[in-house]
Design a protein around this ligand. Structure first.
Ligand SMILES: *Cc1c(COP(=O)(O)O)cnc(C)c1O
Ligand code: SF4
Length: 341
């Protein structure tokens, strides 16, 4: 069995929009591509119309054929476990509605605002805490940016604007350029941060135009990639990310700790090391948010601590991401305490 699914390499030649347009949307097709239609896993597949399966072929091509436990497949395949209702798992675990200061703008922490710049995603991750987010009430477009940025302009304590979503890189480079200009026009904003899963899922999204846009802005920019497993990185990421870094863009990563995906000592250490090879620093390791439908990805507190201690023991300090969780009502993300052995 070869490492990659070469027969699926074809879409790589296209631009990111067409890769996205050709994404796999049917669980049956995904199973067929991975030669898993006869596997017991096929019986566990379920259809979720609210949050359907969506996965670009560039990501499928990094999955291992015939492996029902593939860590990339586990992140995107909708399975019956999602329909269980478990106490403590809710639709808005972070109570974001409470900090929704303007449509599409969340001001929860000092000095930073989170702007929901786009409502969809390039991939639907089954563990996502925004799977029930009322995007319909947070329509994003020029009108909403305008009132959101008015809010930012009136609060001089805000020094950083974070573009999030959905996935903010679903905006085209022209739209982003317009948005960045408007943000840069607010004198007290110094930093721009983009949180996106698109570059890892579709490397072609790392266009030269986007790089120029980010490097030429007056704002100091960082790009936070959302990578959960080293296998998500493709060979083409190496050169692309190197160019972004050379252009002065800070590259960080955040990971969600997920049972059946990356809950293993070697996997986590290898992720940190691979990220560094690609010029990316690990920033956060998130404990899963208690969102309804994602309970099967949860790890016990004991296992979480055990994994984290292992990382601390075997990695240089700068490759150990901060282990955090989001607690509603707190003024910052919460560091999860790790006992001294
Ligand atoms: C995570 C988050 C931020 C950014 O927090 P950092 O600790 O600076 O990474 C800002 N706003 C919201 C709503 C967040 O969830
Ligand atoms: S917001 Fe992020 S984690 Fe959630 S579905 Fe979109 S890409 Fe995946």
């Amino acid at each position: 069995m070869s490492k990659y699914n070469h027969e699926l390499l074809q879409p790589c030649k296209n631009n990111w929009q067409s890769v996205l347009a050709q994404a796999v949307r049917e669980p049956q097709e995904l199973l067929q591509l991975l030669k898993l239609t006869e596997h017991p896993l096929a019986q566990q597949v379920c259809i979720d119309k609210q949050f359907p399966l969506l996965v670009p072929r560039t990501f499928v091509q990094r999955m291992r054929s015939g492996n029902a436990d593939d860590p990339l497949l586990r992140q995107v395949l909708s399975v019956a476990d999602e329909q269980l209702s478990v106490q403590g798992y809710t639709q808005d675990p972070l109570d974001e509605q409470a900090s929704n200061v303007s449509p599409g703008l969340i001001h929860k922490y000092h000095g930073r605002v989170l702007l929901i710049a786009a409502s969809g995603c390039a991939v639907n991750c089954r563990y996502c805490f925004r799977r029930h987010f009322p995007y319909a009430d947070n329509r994003v477009g020029r009108q909403q940016w305008h009132s959101a940025l008015n809010y930012v302009a009136q609060d001089s304590s805000i020094s950083e604007v974070i573009l999030s979503g959905g996935d903010p890189l679903l905006l085209g480079d022209e739209q982003l350029s317009e948005l960045l200009e408007q943000i840069a026009a607010i004198a007290h904003v110094k930093r721009l941060r983009i949180h996106s899963r698109l570059p890892v899922v579709i490397p072609q999204r790392l266009t030269a135009e986007l790089m120029q846009l980010l490097s030429q802005s007056r704002l100091r920019t960082s790009l936070v990639l959302h990578i959960n497993h080293a296998q998500e990185l493709a060979p083409e990421h190496l050169g692309l990310l190197a160019q972004y870094r050379a252009a002065g863009i800070t590259l960080l990563n955040q990971t969600v700790l997920l049972k059946g995906v990356n809950d293993d000592e070697q996997t986590l250490c290898q992720l940190s090391e691979t990220l560094f090879d690609y010029g990316v620093l690990p920033y956060y390791l998130h404990q899963l948010d208690r969102v309804q439908g994602a309970q099967h990805f949860a790890l016990s507190a004991e296992r979480t601590q055990e994994l984290y201690r292992h990382m601390q023991q075997y990695l240089p300090g700068y490759l150990v991401p901060k282990l955090v969780c989001e607690q509603a009502g707190q003024p910052h993300k919460t560091l999860i305490p790790i006992g001294i052995i």
